[in-house]
Design a protein around this ligand. Structure first.
Ligand SMILES: Nc1ncnc2c1ncn2[C@@H]1O[C@H](COP(=O)(O)O)[C@@H](OP(=O)(O)O)[C@H]1O
Ligand SMILES: [Mg+2]
Ligand SMILES: [Mg+2]
Ligand SMILES: [Mg+2]
Length: 353
């Protein structure tokens, strides 16, 4: 396909290429940091500095980008999760040095980045992350490390980057360093044989694909076509799930398999590639879901042929700023199961009250 046809077919092709590049680099940076955490002793595991360093490092990669071709000057703004003011303080110099060298080591290993960043460059890059999102214009939505708890434990986590255009998510990339790209029920990075470390991506109207993080020919992914809940399995968060409610929903549906509990938006990726049939997200009452925890994952699922709804069956609304404006709970599944799951959800919620 000529470049012109490709651009015509996918109006976000350039942004997608840039986002994939940034997320792959960020995932590489994460892998280095995670190895360091896992090798460290128990005492230093409680120290959050490595996570902070990786979060900041990734964000500054996102805001830098290669000089030639499409660059992240397209990053009009970012809804970045972490606050950066702290880094400007004198006592943060050591951390800032650490971040800068980590970023430079990561990009030095990549042929397309012929540059290195100074501490000032890193601060300037991080200062860009001040968007509040919203219904107009373009906003990149970044969660540098999603599933922090899984990251520290050595389990699943994701680097998540989405693009919001006029209030709608139009592009999503998920880097999942510990997720096998082939169908398997062993999601904790230990399954043998499968390629572990996957990059998932989707642009609106163009389907969802996966490739190896190290690079490989992209493969189209599709959500599973199970239409009987008895044959379905469901994902839920390992750390943030109202298990009494999700088990009541599963029981009403007649789901037989035990829940697959996993950290991060790797759940959306696993669902999109057909590893399971349903993702139920019900957090404690009053918790407001953040857009960066769902932007990339939800478009990957919908482009893989699935649906993502709130507990009342409404589409998720990403146009309201940092928080998702939604009725309780998020449900992702295929179009056959969605009506049944929504019915079970409503009954379970009613019984709970
Ligand atoms: N009480 C809570 N209920 C629901 N989600 C929560 C929560 N506390 C934190 N989270 C969010 O859940 C995300 C992780 O998703 P999961 O639970 O699927 O692993 C966290 O992202 P971070 O790890 O980026 O902070 C955080 O934003
Ligand atoms: Mg280089
Ligand atoms: Mg998150
Ligand atoms: Mg995070």
């Amino acid at each position: 396909m000529s470049q012109l046809t490709e651009v015509a077919a996918n109006p976000y092709a350039d942004e997608l290429a840039a986002a994939k590049k940034a997320v792959s680099l960020a995932a590489r940076l994460c892998q280095r940091v995670q190895q360091g955490i896992l090798q460290s002793d128990i005492q230093s595991k409680a120290d959050r500095t490595p996570v902070t360093v990786a979060d900041y490092g990734i964000t500054s990669i996102g805001k830098s980008g290669p000089e030639e071709g499409i660059t992240f000057s397209l990053l009009f703004s970012m809804v970045a999760e972490e606050g950066f003011r702290r880094l400007r303080k004198d006592d943060a110099q050591q951390i800032l040095e650490h971040i800068t060298s980590l970023v430079n080591e990561t990009i030095a290993n990549d042929d397309s980045y012929n540059m290195s960043l100074s501490k000032e460059d890193v601060l300037a890059a991080l200062d860009g992350g001040k968007s509040e999102g919203g219904p107009s214009g373009r906003h990149w939505i970044l969660d540098p490390i999603d599933g922090t708890k899984g990251f520290i434990r050595g389990d699943q986590y994701a680097v998540a980057l989405g693009l919001l255009d006029e209030g709608k998510v139009v592009l999503g990339v998920l880097g999942c360093p510990n997720l096998p790209s082939k169908s398997t029920n062993k999601h904790n990075g230990s399954s043998s044989g499968d390629q572990v470390g996957s990059l998932y991506f989707a642009t609106i109207g163009c389907g969802a694909k996966v490739q190896a993080l190290e690079g490989s020919e992209p493969q189209k992914i599709t959500i599973c076509s199970v239409n009987n809940p008895v044959d379905a399995s469901f994902f839920e968060s390992l750390e943030h799930s109202k298990r009494d409610l999700t088990s009541s929903i599963a029981e009403k549906l007649g789901v037989q398999a035990p829940p697959v509990r996993m950290d991060s938006q790797a759940k959306y990726a696993a669902l999109a590639q057909g590893d399971g049939a349903i993702y139920l997200r019900f957090s404690g009452k009053g918790y407001k879901e953040r857009v960066w925890d769902h932007a990339a994952g939800s478009i990957i699922v919908t482009e893989a042929g699935g649906m993502v709804k709130d507990a009342s069956g409404n589409d998720l609304d990403f146009s309201k700023g940092r928080y998702l404006d939604r009725d309780r709970g998020i449900i992702a599944t295929n179009r056959y199961l969605m009506p049944m799951v929504l019915k079970a959800v409503q009954e379970a919620i009613e019984e709970e009250q």
